[in-house]
Every structure is written in C-alpha cells, then in structure tokens.
Design a protein around this ligand. Structure first.
Ligand code: NDP
Length: 294
C-alpha cells in the first residue's frame, strides 16, 4: 500500500486564504482589524525566527501585528506588566508570549497573566483545564494540536470511535492533542518515555500521532495497515550532502511507513505549516468575539 500524503503546506495555504478573505470582510463590513501582539524575551535565534515568521504570516492575511521585544534580563514584573498592558489594549485580540522564556522567569505565571479572551496560543491554565474536562470548551486550543486535528478533518479521516495513540505527553503537543481526540470521542492511549512495548501499543492505533522528538523512531512495523499517521516531530540529522550539512526529519521513518499507513504527513511540509495557520485562525476568532460577531 502507498499512503495518501497529507499535504500540510497546501492545507495551510488554503486555510490562510480563507482567513485572508474573512479578515477582509471583517474590515469592510465591520471596520474591525484583527491584531496579534508578540512578546519576545531575550535573543534566542530560534524564537526570533518563529516570531518573525508569525508576524510575516499575519501581514499576508491582513492581521495587524504588534511586536514587543524585552531584553534577556527582563524581570517577572516587566513581562507581566507588558502582558497587563496588552490585555487592556482593544486593538490587540491575541497575545503570544514566545516560549521558552529565559530560565529566571516563571513561565506558568506569565501564561496565567494573559487574559483568557486573548490567549490565542491556548496555554492559559484555564483553557488547558477546560480542554481536559468533559463538556467544557476552551476559548482557544493550542495551535500545533489544533493543526493535527484540522489535517485529519480536512482529509476526511474519521475520529469518533477510533483507537488513537499519542506518542508524547508534553504540555504543548502530546497532552492537548490527546485531549482533543478524546473530545472527538476517540479512545486514546498516551505513551511516554516509560511506556512498555511501544511498538505493540502503536500497532493498535487507527490514528497515530508522534510527538517525541526522536528521529525516525516509529518504524513501519509499528503501524497498523491503513492507519492515519500524523508526525509532529522536527529533528535535525546530519547530512553532508545537504547544503546546510543537516536535514529535517520527523519521528516516523517516513519512507518505510508510507508503504503501510493509509494516510501520512511528511516532515517537513506536514504539521509544521499548520501551526501558524491555526494561530491566525485563533486571532481572527478572538477579533470576531470581541466585536460581538460570535
Ligand atoms: P518534549 O521533549 O516536551 O516531549 C517529548 C515527549 O516524548 C515526552 O512526553 C517524552 O516522555 C516522550 N518521549 C521521549 N522519548 C521517548 C521514547 N524513547 N519513547 C517514548 N516516548 C518518548 O517535546 P515536544 O512535545 O515539545 O515536541 C515533540 C516534537 O514535536 C519535537 O520534535 C518538536 O520539535 C516537535 N514540535 C513541532 C511543532 C510544529 O510542528 N509546529 C511544534 C512543537 C513541537 P516523558 O514525558 O516521559 O519525558
């Protein structure tokens, strides 16, 4: 079998176009311009890159972005003070504090300081709490997990009643994606570094989500024939033939796995591009709510 390729790049581009049209409509019909504030503390090059990409994608769809940069030495009070200012600013519909924060800052307190109405990253403890509870709806869902579900939906992959196995239990990917699958009535198993006989557990999955950060860990014979495989992993591996001396691979051994799976995401070009698309979508939703349109 050769799996259907789940094209995250094309799907994200399509979503971005839908958002662009909706932003335009919001502007002309209601005079509302969605706004996203990004908060970057310190000079971590990867974080700088992510914030730049997020702001660029905002401008592509007509979302206004406000960039705030604080020095590495910023105090807890300074960061929380900025968040409080942004909470009060009506032009800002979403606040994104780029993680990780420098070690001396208390990340949990900073995230909790963001107004839940503007928590477009979905990491506020109240939003995560609602996600974990039956019958409750978070204001926003974390972007990478939301991107995984959006890909399943857009490719018509049924979730209800299916066996879903999630590899990884981090706060930003594994745990929330498992909660989302549970909300959609999948039967979920969450695996982590102490799980015994990982291969055997994975073989039960109709939907397998890999978010461990280990290059090509998931082998073809871990996959149930026909399963949908969503690979969140982004891993650098040395490759002297590549221009930069490395290339990016996922957590799944893609070449072999695609012969067994029914659907599979590539890396790069799978889940990766969906994360920012979901951030834009959350910001648009927030602006509509603030304008009383939802
Ligand atoms: P973390 O390191 O926070 O979590 C990794 C998880 O995998 C942990 O729960 C860990 O278990 C588990 N794990 C690690 N090794 C093994 C193993 N050998 N067997 C079973 N489980 C294992 O990573 P993240 O969740 O932040 O990210 C996961 C991957 O997704 C990374 O490659 C990251 O780069 C990528 N990513 C991609 C994004 C995107 O596409 N936009 C966004 C965010 C992340 P334990 O809890 O026991 O330690």
């Amino acid at each position: 079998m050769t799996a259907t390729l789940i094209d995250g790049k094309a799907t994200a581009a399509q979503i971005q176009e839908e958002i662009r049209a909706e932003v335009e409509r919001l502007k002309t019909e209601h005079g509302v311009v969605p706004g996203l504030a990004t908060v970057l503390v310190g000079e971590n090059p990867a974080s700088q890159f992510y914030v730049r990409s997020k702001r660029k994608r905002c401008s592509e769809v007509g979302i206004r972005s406000f960039g705030y940069e604080l020095p590495e030495s910023a105090s807890q009070e300074e960061v929380e003070g900025l968040v409080a200012e942004l909470n009060a600013n009506p032009e800002v519909h979403g606040i994104l504090v780029q993680l990780p924060l420098p070690k001396h800052l208390d990340e949990e307190r900073v995230l909790a300081a963001i107004s839940i109405e503007k928590d477009v990253d979905g990491f506020h403890p109240v939003n995560i709490g609602r996600l974990a509870m039956k019958g409750r709806e978070p204001m926003f869902v974390p972007c990478t997990p939301a991107g995984c579900i959006e890909l399943l939906d857009r490719y018509g992959i049924e979730i209800e009643g299916k066996e879903a196995v999630v590899l990884g239990r981090s706060n930003i990917v594994g745990l929330p994606v498992a909660m989302l699958l549970l909300h959609r009535n999948a039967t979920i198993t969450i695996c982590h570094s102490r799980t015994r006989d990982l291969a055997e557990v994975c073989r039960r999955a109709d939907i397998l989500i890999a978010a461990v950060g280990r290059p090509k860990m998931v082998k073809a014979d871990w996959i149930k024939p026909g399963a949908a495989v969503i690979d969140v992993g982004i891993n650098r591996v040395e490759d002297p033939t590549a221009k930069r001396g490395y290339r990016i691979v996922g957590d799944v051994d893609f070449e072999a796995a695609k012969e067994v799976a029914g659907y599979i995401t590539p890396v790069p070009g799978g889940v990766g591009p969906m994360t920012i698309a979901m951030l834009l979508k959350n910001t648009l939703t927030s602006a509509k709510r603030a304008a009383g349109l939802l």
